[in-house]
Design a protein around this ligand. Sequence first.
Ligand SMILES: Nc1ncnc2c1ncn2[C@@H]1O[C@H](COP(=O)(O)OP(=O)(O)O)[C@@H](O)[C@H]1O
Ligand SMILES: [Mg+2]
Length: 277
Amino acid sequence: MTAPPDRSGTPAIEVAGASKYFGPVTSLKDINMTVYPGEVHCLLGDNGAGKSTLIKVLSGVHQPSEGEVRVGGQRAVLATPRAALELGIATVYQDLAMLPLMSIKRNFFLGREPTRRVLGLKVMDEATTTRVAQEEMRKIGIDVRDPDQPVGTLSGGERQCVAIARAVYFGAKVLILDEPTSALGVNQAAMVLKYVLQARARGLGVVFITHNVHHAWAVGDTFTILNRGRSYGTFTRDQTTREALLEMMAGGEALEELSVELSEIAHQDGLRPQAKA
Ligand SMILES: Nc1ncnc2c1ncn2[C@@H]1O[C@H](COP(=O)(O)OP(=O)(O)O)[C@@H](O)[C@H]1O
Ligand SMILES: [Mg+2]
């Protein structure tokens, strides 16, 4: 759990020399990024830096204009989000593709519900669906008394956790999280961060997008900083400091405000991959 990831094997996912142009707009220019199994790779950058565009390239929403994506060491053409998902790349978007009135268990499965045959017809296996949803939620520390209750009754942090639990349950190798903590308060953000570390401990490669350096530092092994579509480079934890990341991001802007949040997160046990502060 606390050891740095093994970077000697095959990366879970890589982008090499990726650029993305929308007509005259350059959203990404010559981006390289490598994510290993069991690694939390934080993608940092201010609004408009290109973070969402890059994860859309990784998740099959956009094709790179130049460069390539490799999955498990092989060049991959991710023509659609479905194609990416089939290669084990699960993306949790900030708006979550969750229907607030839909039940928690249907949200957990989203079209992949277990089925059984009744008189030769495939029907949803209600009992298994309920049991699995309940078990998987319990594993992440959310006690759902009634998996038939609407997902809208969960907190924002719990909803993020449902989406992460779903990706892990369905065997994702790469988990991409677009700003999962940005709309959350401290306690809920800590819950999501804890679950990011659980996914890491299970060997997933995690791409964690955020503009909050403190959240990144709480869980990250590796940090790539984007600025106006270009990369400032990739740094492992022992190659940088939180302060250096803050400076690269915004010249240490709003440091005081964020330090309150930081100290509260630091109190959550076991959140840091390594002891270094
Ligand atoms: N579909 C698109 N068409 C044109 N420009 C886009 C499109 N998507 C993103 N951009 C532009 O690319 C840049 C990076 O955007 P984005 O990837 O959303 O940044 P971030 O997620 O870091 O805030 C912005 O200038 C944005 O306006
Ligand atoms: Mg974005």
